[in-house]
Design a protein. Structure first.
Ligand code: FMN
Length: 171
């Protein structure tokens, strides 16, 4: 068991990169907001992936919430070298030109501001230049009764809401 499973289950997202016809999707669960001002989003990307090549080339990426775990597993288990994943997934071009899955319930588009290289991974920090939630989203994020934001448990095993809501006692 690896130490990083201390930080699982984690929400998983579809990362869009590049621009058509050189565009791609992969799955990522090592994704986090970094700062509120400027608004930044970080994602850890394997250097072997096509996504890494495309983020290096185009300097931008999208991160989308989808409810469909089969879609997450598909884009997260196939490489763009095996097949063009955008031919199997309906998508549209975001404001930055990077792709977003048609079925996304929400997404952020980011332009790379900074990166940290560590071993086989690059952690990209992008400035969020656009974002949208289509439904089931409020002041405190997703309403998990309405939107099934998937959490990756391990590999292709996911957890889906609803989760029990609990208020912490006032401190
Ligand atoms: C749920 C899930 C989460 C993943 N999280 C990450 C991640 O955070 N970073 C990463 O580099 N790869 C992650 N992967 C693996 C990539 O999605 C996978 O290597 C993908 O095939 C890369 O595609 P590409 O080579 O077309 O870019 C994840 C896969 C799954 C299924």
């Amino acid at each position: 068991m690896s130490w990083y499973y201390l930080f699982y289950p984690r929400p998983a997202f579809v990362i869009g990169s590049g621009e058509p016809p050189e565009a791609n999707f992969m799955a990522a669960s090592w994704v986090t907001p970094v700062s509120t001002e400027p608004p930044t989003l970080g994602v850890a990307v394997d250097k072997e992936s096509c996504t890494h090549k495309l983020i290096e080339k185009y300097g931008k990426f999208t991160a989308s919430v989808v409810e469909n775990v089969d879609l997450l597993w598909y884009v997260g288990s196939r490489s763009c070298e095996e097949e063009n994943k955008l031919e199997k997934v309906k998508w549209f071009k975001g404001k930055t030109g990077a792709p977003i899955p048609e079925e996304a319930v929400g997404w952020a588009e980011a332009e790379v501001l900074s990166k940290v290289e560590l071993g086989d991974v690059v952690f990209y920090i992008g400035k969020v230049v656009e974002w949208k939630a289509r439904r089931g989203f409020g002041k405190w994020g997703w309403d998990l009764k309405e939107v099934k934001v998937p959490l990756q448990k391990a590999g292709r095993l996911f957890l889906l809401p609803p989760c029990k809501e609990v208020w912490a006692r006032k401190a």
